[in-house]
Design a protein around this ligand. Structure first.
Ligand SMILES: [Mn+2]
Length: 323
């Protein structure tokens, strides 16, 4: 087991030595995976390298403003990269359609902050103590000799703001603020980016939230809350699972709830489950019981449909850990 600091040095050396670099984030991308990947793409291109960012599910509408979002491809037929950089996941399954290009590279560098022990990467810069992968990218910039441009600062501020719920989650550390301060000095505005990320919803997704909130139920002791979005909700409103982002946080907001769970019956797919906890409860453990994962306070998994069997299955596991 090599130290985190040595991993960081190996990572910068590998990036500086490579000319052609492919980057990838995770499926169902969020602001951290996209912001991290694009910040690094800007930095690598500014250093004169070819950098190709890939995202299996592209760039969701609310992140299209990210500088460089137009560079992102779903996958590529190009092969033989010197280096692949995977941001914000440690497992190959979460890379989706970008995986063949990633695996074709001479070496794979994984930069991540998830708890679940992934195996991906010859070089692994993994630290579960940082709030966002974007914090790790920031740490690598200076040793790479990369200039912190306004574009990079905007990407990394987006990464941090999304993964910390605008600096409100328990994962925030003094270092998160130190990084954010440096990004702000480089021109990133947290208020502006917070608005773009959190107050930039379609009317449909707000109405979808209404349905999910209307469906909330509590366990008899009130300590777990859950809500559902049915396949018919998505179909009637012409929406996709992308439109359900963030809703789970409103379920956990029920005063007595230690855990909030949102079930989505995505048409033609497995039932997607997002879990959010308050400090003291570990939802990662619940998600892992169903082959998913994430962090202690935020995790996700998928279970077989229909909703009528998915809900009791997952809620039994949730209540099992409510001591
Ligand atoms: Mn993240």
């Amino acid at each position: 087991m090599i130290s985190f600091y040595r991993s960081c040095r190996l990572a910068t050396e590998a990036m500086l030595a490579a000319d052609r670099i492919v980057l990838a984030g995770h499926i169902n991308p969020d602001g951290d995976t996209l912001g991290s990947m694009l910040a690094l793409t800007h930095a690598l291109r500014a250093l004169g390298k070819t950098a190709v960012p890939l995202s299996h599910h592209g760039v969701p509408d609310i992140y299209k403003w990210l500088p460089g979002a137009e560079w992102v491809q779903n996958s590529t037929d190009e092969r033989g990269f010197d280096l692949a950089v995977v941001c914000d996941t440690g497992t190959s399954e979460r890379v989706g359609g970008a995986l063949p290009a990633i695996e074709s590279a001479d070496r794979i560098l994984c930069i991540d902050h998830h708890l679940a022990e992934g195996k991906l990467g010859d070089i692994r810069v993994v630290n579960a103590k940082v709030a966002a992968t974007g914090e790790l990218i920031y740490r690598l910039l200076r040793p790479m000799g990369a200039h912190l441009s306004k574009e990079i600062a905007d990407c990394l501020m987006c990464a941090i703001i999304t993964d910390t719920g605008a600096f409100r989650f328990m994962n925030v550390t003094p270092n998160t603020f130190r990084t954010a301060a440096a990004l702000m000095r480089a021109g990133a505005c947290p208020a502006e980016i917070g608005e773009l990320v959190f107050e930039n919803k379609s009317l449909g997704s707000i109405k979808l939230m209404g349905r999910a909130i209307d469906s909330i139920q509590l366990t008899p002791d009130g300590r777990a809350a859950w809500g559902c979005i049915k396949a018919t909700d998505f179909e009637e409103m012409g929406l996709t699972d992308e439109d359900s982002e963030g809703i789970v946080n409103h379920i956990r907001a029920v005063r007595t709830a230690q855990v909030g769970v949102l079930f989505r019956e995505v048409p033609g797919k497995k039932v997607r489950v997002s879990l959010r906890a308050r400090e003291g409860y570990d939802v990662n453990r619940v998600a892992q019981a169903f082959g998913g994962g994430g962090h202690m306070l935020a995790a996700g998994c998928s279970v077989d449909p229909p909703l009528s069997s998915a809900v009791p299955l997952v809620m039994a596991e949730v209540t099992k850990w409510l001591s």
